[in-house]
Design a protein around this ligand. Structure first.
Ligand code: CAA
Length: 283
């Protein structure tokens, strides 16, 4: 099955990035969110990012205009009914994701492929609550979506080959590279990245270094583009904590215990860049 239209659920930093790259690659995009304000903000972000790509001569003005014309937005989930592919990109909470799929199912055609951009949650479990586990898989983008070349593709236990092939063809058309992961907690990228970020928070918590020295050490000592604490702020500390909890619960190993300081920051509402305060102050 060739995908032509894509429904993106959730217009946050991942969702608007996904809508951006899909539209630029020629797909018709229907983006939805429960909040009309979030949709307006997402359209502004997409327009700003496309404008920057034009000014840096990465794309032409025509490509920008065509991409914007291909994106529609709606607060009504049933408007995604005719989409060939759905990418759920809501907050990293299993109950929220399940509720979205439950609400969507009655409106979909039998052929529609369902995917989740989850960073860590079991694809097999999400799929099992739908009427089409064989047409369900993980489609995991990296942040910032327009820049990062990787998409992790995760097969649930029941995912069939035509579904995998259709999703892989989309990744190819986006000009991105797919890495295939089996369905275990946090897959590949976050299984490796999040314990490193969590360890950086422990390093801060135990006073081994301060925020600046930890980030400087990892940037200049290991050539990472961002230090781990800066990266945690960029991803969102709530997302980092949610992923550590999935690793801790799913693998039952104390090495994945979330650092109490990470928990405390999230409890304080210090979620990183999106709340203007995390390990750094963005106010
Ligand atoms: N949206 C769109 N484009 C963006 C952007 C954003 N938020 N931020 C930066 N860019 C673009 C810039 O326009 C620029 O484009 P050109 O090369 O075309 O000029 C390019 O990215 C580089 O940006 P800058 O020169 O401003 O800054 P930089 O060189 O410091 O790069 C960065 C910024 C690409 C974000 C870089 O710091 C980086 O790679 N950081 C690490 C990001 C990372 O690890 N992401 C994965 C997180 S894990 C994840 O996402 C998985 C998960 O589930 C949690």
């Amino acid at each position: 099955m060739e995908i032509q239209s894509v429904g993106v659920v959730g217009a946050g930093q991942m969702g608007n990035g996904i809508a951006h790259v899909m539209a630029l690659a020629g797909y018709d995009v229907m983006m939805t969110d429960i909040s009309a304000d979030a949709l307006d903000a997402a359209m502004k972000t997409i327009t700003g990012n496309l404008d920057r790509q034009v000014s840096r001569e990465k794309i032409t003005a025509d490509e920008r205009n065509n991409a914007l014309d291909r994106i529609a937005s709606t607060t009504t989930l049933s408007d995604l009914g005719q989409c060939d592919l759905i990418i759920e990109s809501a907050t990293e909470r299993e109950t929220v994701k399940q509720a979205i799929f439950e609400d969507l199912l009655p409106h979909l055609t039998p052929e529609t492929i369902l995917t989740s951009n989850t960073s860590s949650i079991s694809i097999t479990r999400l799929a099992s609550r739908t009427d089409r586990p064989e047409k369900f898989m993980g489609f995991h983008f990296m942040n910032p979506v327009p820049v990062m070349p990787l998409v992790e593709l995760i097969r649930g236990i029941a995912t069939d080959e035509p579904t995998f092939k259709a999703c892989k063809a989309v990744v190819d058309k986006l000009g991105k590279t797919a890495a295939t992961a089996e369905d275990f907690p946090a897959f590949i990228v976050n299984r490796i990245l999040m314990p490193m970020i969590n360890e950086a928070v422990y390093t801060l918590y135990e006073g081994v270094g301060n925020v600046e020295s930890i980030d400087k050490a990892m940037k200049l000592g290991t050539n990472h583009p961002m230090g781990p604490l800066e990266l945690a702020d960029f991803i969102g500390l709530d997302t980092c904590l949610a992923i550590m909890n999935v690793l801790h619960d799913g693998l039952a190993d104390t090495k994945y215990r979330p650092c109490p300081l990470l928990t405390k920051y999230v409890e304080a509402g210090w979620l990183g860049r999106k709340s203007q305060r995390g390990f750094y102050d963005y106010r």
